[in-house]
Design a protein around this ligand. Structure first.
Ligand SMILES: [Zn+2]
Length: 126
């Protein structure tokens, strides 16, 4: 029903990161639309949240994958996060752990990490 026009993001609720994250994903993957799942401090929840909470996020991601055949799932962490007060290095570690968790779901989509810095610029996490 579509030709890989979608990507999916697991993002924070923070209003400051929504546009930079969406723009980066559209530019990087050539998609038209980004399905959005938000949690305060999503990187912390994915890396150390309860099984129930992580399962909840997984189910939301699966709706996006199944309905829209998303080609990528992006895990975001960002500067000055109210839901995850931590230094950048901790965020990066959590984003990487989050990517491992999402990869373990075997969604058939590329899994990518993204860090949004103090200038509200997004960059991929290697
Ligand atoms: Zn945040």
């Amino acid at each position: 029903m579509n030709n890989e026009k979608f990507a999916t993001v697991i993002n924070c609720i923070d209003g400051r990161v929504q546009d930079p994250v969406k723009d980066w994903i559209i530019d990087s993957f050539g998609v038209e639309f980004v399905d959005v799942i938000t949690e305060p401090g999503d990187d912390k929840i994915l890396s150390s949240g309860s099984k129930e909470k992580i399962e909840e996020i997984k189910q939301k991601v699966e709706v996006s994958i199944q309905a829209h055949s998303s080609k990528a799932v992006v895990v975001v962490g960002h500067f000055d996060c109210a839901g995850n007060i931590a230094v950048k290095e901790e965020h990066i570690t959590e984003i990487k752990k989050g990517m491992e968790i999402v990869r373990s779901w075997n969604l058939g989509a590329q899994v990518v990490g993204l860090w949004v810095d103090e200038n509200w610029e997004a960059g991929s996490v290697e």
